[in-house]
Design a binder for this molecule. Structure first.
Ligand code: 4NP
Length: 157
């Protein structure tokens, strides 16, 4: 499971931290590889942006120790699902994908269809409410994703 956004300092590390905590709680940590990256390398090596760390912490998730990294060619062989935070990420993921890996790219919000949005708006440089909205969408999508994974691996709900 690879979560992908632009800088890997706001949306995708939030998704990584939330999903890992949910997977740990579900006792499935051995079964699922979880990571995140950015389509662009602007922030490589940086911790998540402080408002994202704050918003995650408020909800009980610690993402403060994560470090940004770029999307790498080897990621296409490492992950069964590559989850784009918005349509721009999906385009980049698909354009760089070897033919064998094209079906692995999905929109993260596909796993929270009730929200009726495809893109998680970029909160970077925005207000606290922007970070809150992004975290709301990401948390819902991670819950949906966990339900999907449980079905895929035949784990009890
Ligand atoms: P993220 O937010 O993709 O959710 O990590 C962004 C962070 C940095 C930039 C864009 C989006 N940037 O252009 O540097």
């Amino acid at each position: 499971m690879l979560f992908v956004c632009t800088g890997n300092i706001c949306r995708s590390p939030t998704a990584e931290g939330m999903f890992r905590a949910m997977v740990e709680r579900a006792g499935l940590v051995e079964a699922i590889d979880i990571d995140s990256c950015g389509t662009h390398g602007y922030h490589v090596g940086e911790r998540p942006h402080p408002p994202s760390v704050f918003e995650a912490k408020r909800r009980g998730y610690d993402i403060s120790q994560l470090r940004a990294r770029p999307l790498l060619p080897g990621d296409y062989d490492m992950f069964d699902l590559m989850l784009a935070c918005d349509a721009g990420h999906r385009r980049i993921l698909e354009s760089r994908a070897p033919v064998r890996a094209r079906g692995r790219v999905r929109m993260l919000m596909d796993f929270a269809p009730d929200h009726g949005v495809r893109d998680i708006p970029d909160p970077w440089g925005g207000e606290e409410t922007d970070y809150r909205l992004a975290a709301d969408l990401i948390e819902a999508a991670c819950e949906g994703l966990l339900a999907h994974v449980r079905r895929e691996i035949g784990a009890a709900p």
